[in-house]
Structure formats: C-alpha cells, structure tokens
Design a protein around this ligand. Structure first.
Ligand code: GLU
Length: 278
C-alpha cells in the first residue's frame, strides 16, 4: 500500500518552527516509504483565514524544500461534501441544534472539563421538537452537536494505531456532545479533517501531540461515516525558550522572519529539532 501523508495548516497566521517541523516530518515519512505527500489548506474559519497567509504557507514550505501534489485541497471549496456528511449523521439521529452561547456553557457549573474546555451539559439535547422548531425559525444562531451517548451506543470499542503510542483505545465520550457544524459553517475542524483524510486516501496522519486528544473524536466519526482509519503518528511539539508550545498569536518567530534574518532551510530545520519537546 502506498503511504500517503499530508500537512494541513490553517491560513490564520504565518508559519513558525512548529509548522516547519510538522510539515517536514510528514514529508520525510512519505519520502522514506516511497509514498506521496499532500498539502491541504484548512480554511473553514472564514473570519480568521486570509489569502496572504495561504500564499505565505506555500512560499515557506517550498523554501524549506518541500514539494507536494497539486491541486491542493482547500476546505472552503468543499463545504457541500461536509454538509452531506452532517446530513448522514443527522439521518442516523445523532445530531441536534444547540442554541447555547459560550458564556452560558461556561457558566453551567456542573460542566466537567474535557480536552476542548467545558463539556457541554446537554441542555439543548432535551428540547422538544416544537421548541427546537420555534428557535430555528426565530433565526437564532446555533451549533450542531453530536449526541455522544447515542453515537457511542451505535459503535462499540474503537481503536487506532499510533506509531508513537501503540494501539490507543478511543474514548471520545470525554469530549461530550462535540460541535460538528454551525449554522453559518456546515462543518467543524473535527468533521472536515476526518472526512478529508479519508477522501484524500491519507494512510498516515502525522501531526503534533496537541491534536492527540482530537483523534478520539475522529476515530468515532470514521466509524459512524464508514470511513477508513489511517495510522497516526503524533509527534512531540516544538517548544519556545519558555518551554511552552509555540503559538501563532504569541511570540513565535515566523519562518519568514528567520529567512529574512539570513538563516538557511537547514538551519531552520536544526532549530526546530533542537527545540523539540518530550
Ligand atoms: N489545521 C490544523 C492546524 O493548523 C491541523 C490539522 C491536522 O493536522 O490534523 O492546527
């Protein structure tokens, strides 16, 4: 089987050493196996994505020495495919609209904490059909949530193979009823990443440890939507001098600034390796 890997940045800022390491890791994994390497642009967050960031992603990755297949899949061009997947889940009776605001959820003191923040207490799961209809017709904003208990009841034990962590048993229930789409965006990170990896025939998903927890949800979505499960390799994160993971909005030097300061791709690669966390 041909190994297919990908890097899937979001054009919400300029790339930093963490992105460089992750992209190089995926590229090398494909090359070592004589496989294929893809670039995917994860731009469903229209409010935060900008064309100049997408342009910079291509420039930075090419400068690092990466080459990828074209055409590049851009998620914003595939919203109908995500909407169809949401419809399939809805058809299984696993999706409901949630009208709660973030503040309301945060205030629900009974909410335990999950990997993504407070676990949704399920308030809108209990709405009756008439009330649901009334709120939808009022034009209120809503999120579509997966009824996790119902989804889990359909699917038994789930596992994935992780090259860094062995066989992992998926426990998506710790996320509670995750958001899989919104009124104005017919998808979410969890849904589109899972669908795209399957549609693009990705056989090995390589990404940072910060996304390890999300894989529990992705494994469940694969089972519900009848998608193949790739192998995973969650690699350590590149850390800043303060020992914390780099973040686009914090003070991580961009690849552009390192390039402008005269560093070579080989030096940037070494910097990323030297700053790799455990
Ligand atoms: N788009 C995600 C990010 O920029 C990465 C998705 C993934 O690798 O699964 O953090």
């Amino acid at each position: 089987m041909t190994v297919v890997t990908r890097t899937a940045p979001s054009p919400t800022g300029f790339l930093h050493l963490g992105h460089a390491y992750s992209a190089l890791f995926a590229f090398e994994a494909a090359r070592a196996a004589g496989g294929r390497f893809l670039l995917r642009i994860e731009d469903i967050d229209a409010a935060r994505c900008r064309p100049e960031f997408e342009q910079a992603i291509a420039e930075d990755l090419a400068w690092l020495g990466l080459a990828w297949e074209t055409p590049v899949r851009r998620q914003s061009e595939h919203l109908a495919e995500y909407a169809a997947a949401v419809e399939r889940l809805r058809g299984l009776g696993l999706v409901y609209p949630c009208f709660c605001t973030r503040a309301e959820i945060a205030q629900a003191t009974s909410a335990p904490h999950g990997p993504d923040g407070p676990v949704y207490p399920g308030t809108c799961r209990a709405l009756d059909d008439a009330e649901r209809q009334r709120r939808l017709e009022s034009g209120a904003a809503y999120a579509l949530r997966l009824d996790m208990a119902a989804a889990r009841a359909r699917r038994g034990a789930l596992e994935w193979r992780d090259r860094a962590h062995g066989i992992v048993t998926a426990t998506p229930e710790v996320f509670g009823d995750v958001v899989i789409a919104r009124k104005d965006t017919p998808t979410s990170y969890h849904l589109s990443v899972t669908l795209d990896d399957a549609l693009q025939g990705v056989t090995l998903v390589t990404r940072g440890l910060d996304l390890f927890a999300s894989t529990h949800v992705h494994r469940l979505l694969q089972a519900l939507l009848g998608l193949a499960t790739p192998d995973y390799h969650h690699h350590p994160l590149v850390l800043g001098p303060d020992g914390k993971r780099l973040a686009k909005r914090a003070n991580a030097p961009t690849l552009q600034s390192l390039r402008e300061a005269g560093h070579s791709p080989a030096e940037v690669r070494q910097m990323a390796l030297d700053a790799l966390g455990p």
